[in-house]
Design a protein around this ligand. Structure first.
Ligand SMILES: Cc1cc2nc3c(=O)[nH]c(=O)nc-3n(C[C@H](O)[C@H](O)[C@H](O)COP(=O)(O)OP(=O)(O)OC[C@H]3O[C@@H](n4cnc5c(N)ncnc54)[C@H](O)[C@@H]3O)c2cc1C
Length: 496
């Protein structure tokens, strides 16, 4: 008899867990509060334009290869490697910098501002690569049964990396580079972790290695949502049923096990095992009523910035812009230190622009363009009122037009703006935080909310706020870790 698993949430974490478990003989059913699958990895369609709603590229593509191999299926989507990775514009600077993986080409970009760049970056990336390879299997790609086990494993990381636990990422930049621009560009990864380069430990320069050397960044041919569509097709073959517009609000338990979850209409959902893909910290507090995850306790944790996202359908093509573009300013330290707590005005923000139809022609009608703008902003703890979202968006579009010499406003045919309140409502993101719990050293590994419940032996978690962390490849790793737990607890089932 097969074991029935109910997965709550169809984000990439939930979908890839469903794929692994169904391919191993489990009977899987899924419930999702939104009207379609994907969670943050979603698709928006308006007036003939399509937009990837949030993720626009990813690193560590081999984690998808591992998923597909584990499930014994063919890759249901096609990667496109990015090179250059992205372009960076600084306010007041006429030129922009293209970030090539090829270090010789990259050195030409920085030859005016950073003497001996090639030698310096080679040294920097070599050290970053050593940290990556010395920690990946020890800390990132494995389950821990206890904090002691985690700390023990951590102690096996070569001691030579220890100073980088205590030095900031920015300090590491200062040791390696002279120019402001180079230091800023290579410390941007700090924000992906939910902190600033000034308070992110230098060990996380390993991310520079993953983007520049190890595997780079990838897009998906036809748009990021092809990942979701591809997995859904496979789940359909495995007869996995998905119920949309179904929000889980409570649970029942019996003999140390969850017996069912109930949705907002009162319908009961029963299974033998349950996997929660909703935020692992929020769910424990709001649904499982755990005191350790009360709103007060969650608010005291560190969360990644929230998204203010703008989607523009333009009536013509944008000339002379790369696919992925960062627009930065010169008050980097002040901005980084104040943005999280809403202590700086949002009239001159930092933002990212993605020309989505450049590589995915069917994202816009012929001759037109679909644009995505992401502005990381304070979460709802620090900025609860978003009645000024259109005003902030207007300022960004004006700034972008001035800096590129192309009038985005004049050519806008359709536009959608999503603020952190809406992001919270759509996918249950705690306080609107875009990437979930931050990755401070006291919120990763054995310190992050576990993927196995503390009380109920048939309840598990997968996704950005449990182990190992946030981002698409991390949620795919998370699906492997939770699947291993379920298999270990239940005995390995035979392949279908
Ligand atoms: C603006 C933005 C840009 C990003 N860009 C990138 C990028 O370029 N590259 C990258 O690698 N990562 C990026 N990320 C991060 C990435 O999107 C996430 O780390 C990843 O998608 C998280 O997947 P998940 O499965 O953990 O959670 P989610 O995608 O949040 O899925 C959780 C699902 O659970 C559902 N759910 C929640 N509560 C309930 C409930 N009570 N009942 C039923 N269902 C429920 C939600 O509706 C959702 O569908 C970005 C994120 C944002 C917000």
């Amino acid at each position: 008899m097969s074991t029935k698993v109910l997965i709550i949430g169809t984000g990439l974490g939930g979908l890839s867990t469903a794929l692994r478990l169904s391919s191993k003989g489990y009977e899987v059913e899924m419930v999702e509060k939104y009207h379609q699958a994907g969670g943050r990895l979603n698709l928006l369609e308006k007036d003939g334009f399509k937009f990837d709603m949030a993720p626009t590229f990813f690193s560590m593509s081999y984690e998808f290869e591992e998923l597909i191999k584990d499930c014994k299926i063919d890759m249901p989507f096609e990667f496109v490697e990015l090179d250059p990775l992205y372009s960076v514009h600084f306010e007041g600077d006429k030129r922009s910098y293209l970030i090539y993986k090829n270090l010789k080409k990259l050195a030409i970009e920085f030859q005016q501002i950073e003497p001996d760049f090639e030698k310096k970056i080679e040294k920097f990336l070599k050290a970053a690569g050593e940290i990556f390879h010395d920690t990946e299997d020890i800390v990132i790609r494995r389950n821990f049964d206890s904090l002691t086990q985690y700390l023990f494993k951590l102690s096996t990381v070569p001691i030579k990396h220890a100073p980088k636990m205590f030095r900031s990422m920015w300090a590491e930049m200062e040791r390696n580079f002279e120019s402001f621009e180079v230091k800023v560009i290579f410390s941007l990864v700090g924000f992906f972790l939910g902190a600033t380069p000034f308070d992110t430990p230098a060990v996380y320069t390993l991310l520079n290695y993953t983007e520049m050397v190890h595997d780079g960044y990838h897009n998906v041919k036809g748009g990021m949502y092809k990942i979701v569509e591809g997995i859904l097709k496979e789940l359909d073959k495995q007869q996995v049923k998905i119920h949309y517009n179904t929000e889980i609000t409570s649970f029942s338990s019996e003999d140390g096990k969850v017996s069912s979850f109930s949705d907002s209409c009162g319908k009961e959902w029963k299974a033998d095992q349950f996997v929660v893909n909703a935020d692992a910290a929020w769910f424990r507090g709001a649904i499982m009523k755990r005191a350790a995850f009360s709103e007060r306790k969650l608010d005291a944790k560190k969360w990644t910035l929230a998204p203010l996202t703008i989607y523009l359908g333009l009536d013509i093509k944008v000339p002379d812009m790369y696919h992925h573009n960062y627009f930065l300013r010169r008050n980097f330290k002040e901005y980084a230190e104040k943005i999280f707590k809403n202590k700086i005005k949002l009239d001159k923000p930092y933002y990212y622009v993605n020309i989505q139809s450049m590589h995915n022609p069917d994202y816009a009608p012929p001759g037109k363009e679909s644009i995505f703008i992401l502005c990381p902003v304070p979460d709802l703890r620090y900025k609860p009122d978003w009645s000024d979202d259109h005003q902030i968006a207007d300022g960004i579009i004006q700034d972008l037009s001035e800096r590129t010499g192309f009038d985005f406003r004049k050519h806008t045919e359709t536009r959608v703006i999503l603020n952190p309140e809406q992001w919270q409502k759509m996918f249950g993101l705690y306080r609107g935080s875009g990437l979930g719990l931050a990755h401070d050293l006291n919120q990763v590994g054995g310190f992050r909310p576990k993927n196995k419940d503390e009380t109920f032996k048939n309840l598990y978690y997968v996704g950005a706020s449990t182990v190992p962390g946030t981002g698409l490849p991390m949620t795919v790793i998370s699906s492997r870790l939770v699947t291993e737990r379920i298999q270990k607890d239940n005995g390995t089932l035979s392949q279908k």
